[in-house]
Design a protein around this ligand. Structure first.
Ligand SMILES: CC(C)(COP(=O)(O)OP(=O)(O)OC[C@H]1O[C@@H](n2cnc3c(N)ncnc32)[C@H](O)[C@@H]1OP(=O)(O)O)[C@@H](O)C(=O)NCCC(=O)NCCS
Length: 154
């Protein structure tokens, strides 16, 4: 595969709504966290193939809020490269911890995060039922609970 270039979104770059909404169907929720977070864009040649969003939380913790790879480019290792990029970036910034939340039904995401070193730290029960208007179904499972995962860098 050609090299993947990952860089911070500049003010002049268009917000990649198609990708952001792939990872999180609530435009309202996405808008809230991109307002105080940073979007990183992944390009293969000149094609935008993925993105992730980081937000600063309390106690030197950063949260990976949104991660998506364009459907045409999925299952080629790009998602894993993006998660590895998050980890390397945060280590360089001396962050203490990175957290991520994903759905109980998001089986490939749970696999990906654990393969990259995240450990499950808790469950936010009924998070998706309380915060999303539409019922979310994935892999034949209703997405109700948020599984919280983290990596401690120290
Ligand atoms: C989740 C997502 C970012 C993964 O990106 P991707 O480029 O397809 O992922 P990769 O090709 O890098 O695969 C990552 C790992 O997950 C594993 N994986 C993927 N689907 C899997 C499944 N159903 N079961 C087990 N493992 C799975 C792969 O085997 C791979 O591990 P490996 O390299 O050791 O084989 C992508 O599917 C996506 O954008 N989904 C929609 C948005 C989304 O749900 N975002 C996450 C919100 S929490």
């Amino acid at each position: 595969m050609d090299e993947l270039i990952i860089r911070k979104k500049e003010i002049t770059d268009i917000i990649p709504w198609n990708l952001l909404l792939l990872a999180d169907p609530s435009r309202e929720n996405v808008q809230k966290y991109i307002d105080h977070g940073e979007i990183f864009l992944a390009y293969k040649d000149t094609v935008l193939v993925g993105e992730y969003v980081l937000t600063k939380e309390a106690n030197d913790t950063v949260e990976l809020k949104n991660l998506a790879v364009d459907e045409q480019y999925q299952n080629k290792g790009i998602g894993k490269k993006l998660v590895e990029d998050v980890i390397e970036r945060l280590k360089k910034q001396n962050a203490k911890r990175v957290e991520v939340g994903t759905g109980n039904s998001s089986l490939s995401q749970l696999s990906l995060y654990q393969k990259c070193g995240f450990r499950i730290i808790g469950i936010d029960k009924d998070f998706f039922v309380k915060n999303y208007k539409e019922k979310i179904m994935e892999n034949g499972i209703e997405c109700r609970d948020m599984i919280r995962l983290a990596i401690n860098f120290d």
